[in-house]
Design a protein around this ligand. Sequence first.
Ligand code: CDV
Length: 312
Amino acid sequence: MSRTLIVAAAQTGPVARGDSRPAVVRRLIALLREAHGRGARLVVFPELALTTFFPRWWMEDAAEIDSFFEREMPGPETRPLFEEAQRLGVGFYLGYAELAEQAGRTRRFNTAILVDRAGRIVGRYRKVHLPGHRDHLPDRPYQHLEKKYFEPGDLGFPVWRSMNANIGMCICNDRRWPETYRVMGLQDVELVLLGYNTPIPSVMTPQYDHLAAFHNHLSLQAGAYQNACFVVGTAKAGQEEGSNLLAGSCIIAPSGEIVALAASKGDEVITAACDLDLCAINKRTTFNFAAHRRVEHYRLITERTGAAPPAG
Ligand code: CDV
């Protein structure tokens, strides 16, 4: 039986600070319907898809900060997306800011969920690699305050068996780290789903702004090839509250090739028919981990966080 799954990346254009949740959800539903019309059974929405990319602003008022977070999922404003996806029989990935009450503590995460075709949340991922800074940098036009507004994820990089595929998730900056994909690769991942908001100019590396699109695809293609899996990367793109967000949503095959690529900076659906059995080619040969990995030489990867020069 063929394991070909039509997957969609549902890129969105900018979301303004004043856009209501119901208005954003209506846009997501329109993209979902378009993807379904093109045969997609799994749709990937961006990181923090329900709001503007608020870590660009220094905020101190707790109520203002919390207005960007979801306390329940689905809640009254997001439920229509779940209902429509269930009606259409389409699974989806959705990124949002999660406010969780855990063991008497309020915790905030940059989160993505995997929803199956029956509208059930079957997977939850909390962003591990939080970029940026936690202090106010008033000389900069924009901040990148993910380290202030979110805790690092506490769930690792699980892979779920759902929709007849081994599916993993990550979020934006995670895509630049080979460890992200390798941990999922070791769980036989076939599809890595991720959303991103990549502001240009970058607060961290303005020297590389002209290479932002290249580095995006380089990271996604390397992750797909080296772990023999498909990768779906979905942007929130365009001029958002004066900040330019990288577009370039794409679907990558296990060969490392880009098989679908967004052409615009706005709301746009791209699709690819992903034959999941193609993952087996490199999983059985070049990247047969059981046959070729030499874990006795990889200890530093988990023992040391920062780089240190050689002794002597
Ligand atoms: N949302 C992000 O994680 N953005 C980062 C930027 C700050 C570099 C990214 O890796 O695209």
